[in-house]
Design a protein around this ligand. Structure first.
Ligand SMILES: [Zn+2]
Ligand SMILES: [Zn+2]
Length: 281
């Protein structure tokens, strides 16, 4: 948070699929998805992968573990929710954290069901969800819904192309725009209009680039995209800064550095997201 009119994003987790800490992932990070966005002084969190544990630790140390925020899930695959039981502010009954998911319409589980009967339920996890429920509310919305939050924050949502569904986000504040487009797979031969709409004229776009054009054919249908497609979207949507995201666990820092170099030769303002980095608009 830097000024009342600034919009910022911090990457608490950049990795897709599974955490992969170790000497080979020190630079780009090993934690799974979590973004902290400040619209002026108001905090919005997206996803609760393992990166959210470190955000919780910071809130515990600097803010007496008291949190008032909206937390939006892109979807509820494991790499996007597995940090939630380790997010300390949820164990403070005075916190007020509104959890939102938009991909579960028609599913047999709603968001509360997934957290309460799958993630935080014995014998999968020893701490029951009842211990966080004083601090939480659960909101299932239909993807496409727009949230008009206090303080002039507009959050638009749009469907992504991912197994079991996922929602992308477009956060608008003080004329500035951040678009979150992960997890999503591109379509062959045409650009995804939903992704372009989310990212149109964005100052920052986060795009799923788990694969490269060479590796993608091995993973077709798995719900992820490539850095080459990120460039196409950035061009089509007139994006200023693009962050490649959902790094494949097999991509070491050496591989990521190589991707960073290749992409920089083709389009300026595109590079891999780095865990712990904050971008202020
Ligand atoms: Zn994922
Ligand atoms: Zn997923």
């Amino acid at each position: 948070m830097s000024s009342p009119t600034s919009l910022s994003i911090k990457f608490w987790g950049t990795r897709g699929s599974i955490p992969c800490p170790g000497p080979d992932t020190v630079k780009y990070g090993g934690n799974t998805t979590c973004f902290e966005i400040f619209c002026g002084s108001k905090r919005v969190i997206i996803d609760a992968g393992t990166g959210i544990r470190l955000l919780g630790k910071q809130i515990m140390i600097e803010e007496q573990n008291l949190l008032n925020a909206d937390l939006f899930f892109t979807h509820t695959h494991m790499d996007h929710i597995q940090g939630l039981p380790f997010f300390a502010p949820l164990y403070n009954a005075n916190s007020d954290v509104r959890l939102h998911a938009g991909h579960l319409a028609g599913d047999k589980y709603d968001l509360h069901g997934i957290i309460g009967t799958m993630l935080m339920k014995d014998p999968v996890f020893p701490v029951p969800s009842s211990l966080i429920e004083k601090a939480c509310s659960f909101n299932d919305y239909d993807c496409g819904h727009e949230f008009d939050l206090d303080g002039g924050i507009l959050i638009k949502t749009g469907q992504l192309n991912h197994p079991n569904g996922a929602c992308g986000y477009r956060i608008e504040f003080e004329g500035k725009i951040i678009a979150i487009c992960t997890d999503t797979e591109h379509y062959e031969g045409r650009i995804d209009d939903n992704v372009v709409a989310l990212a149109k004229d964005a100052d920052v776009m986060v795009y799923d680039a788990a694969y490269t054009e060479e590796s993608y054919p091995n993973f077709k249908g798995w719900g992820h995209s490539t850095w080459q497609e990120a460039i196409k979207v950035a061009d089509a949507a007139n994006v200023k800064q693009t962050f490649l995201f959902h790094h494949d666990p097999s991509h070491s820092d050496v591989v990521m550095d190589k991707i960073a170099k290749e992409v920089a030769l083709i389009r300026g303002g595109v590079r891999p997201a780095i865990e712990g980095e904050t971008v202020v608009i």
